[in-house]
Design a protein around this ligand. Structure first.
Ligand code: ZN
Length: 198
């Protein structure tokens, strides 16, 4: 019979996506191989993330500050807004370093079948921002999906009448879950070839 402390850690690892019983067991036994300093770093990091990570008041991206470093950066192009479905997309764009505008992170995409409606994804913050700031172009960088399409068209309709260009990345870029595999050249091309949404 496994000691309780080991059982608990196995259960804890299973909270994470993609980790089943076998993997959780393997990771738990791997923890036994770490020294005390490493284990403390591990557990402190977990708590730090929980306590210190919050959402940027302006763009909703994850940050440790009230306002994130992109929103605070005066050198960024404040006429260009890239709207994404999660913070992971922001990290990807930043890692590839191909985009110099601002971001706005939605709380997911509209998906009526799953009961996710426009009011559930934080659209009002985005619309307020668009009215109060001076964007000339809004780029949608969602994963190619019905939900991404629905969300883009919905927002586009709200913006009708404003003097703002609404575009999306050129197709062929697997954004979202698969976006971490995009290389900078592909993303640069998708940005340069972006299409106006009619
Ligand atoms: Zn921000």
């Amino acid at each position: 019979m496994l000691p309780d402390s080991l059982k608990n850690l196995i259960e804890a690892f299973k909270y994470l996506p993609g980790i089943g019983e076998k993997t959780a067991e393997r990771l738990t036994f791997a923890v036994l191989e770490l020294d005390e300093e490493q284990v403390e770093f591990f557990s402190d990091s977990l708590l730090d993330v929980f306590k210190n990570i919050k959402k940027c008041k302006v763009c909703n991206t994850l940050t440790e500050d009230d306002v994130c470093y992109v929103c605070n950066n005066k050198l960024r192009d404040d006429e260009l807004l890239c709207v994404v479905e999660d913070t992971k997309s922001v990290f990807l764009f930043e890692r590839l370093g191909m985009f110099n505008g601002k971001y706005h992170v939605l709380e997911g995409l509209i998906n009526p079948l799953e009961g996710i409606n426009p009011e559930d994804i934080g659209l009002s913050n985005l619309i307020d921002r668009i009215h109060n700031e001076k964007f000339k172009e809004i780029i949608f960088a969602f994963k190619p999906s019905i939900e991404g399409e629905t969300t883009a068209l919905y927002i586009k309709r709200i913006l009708e009448g404003l003097d703002i260009k609404v575009t999306r990345l050129a197709s062929g870029v697997p954004i979202g879950a698969d976006m971490e595999y995009v290389d900078s050249l592909t993303l640069e091309r998708a940005l340069n070839d972006r299409k106006v949404i009619e």
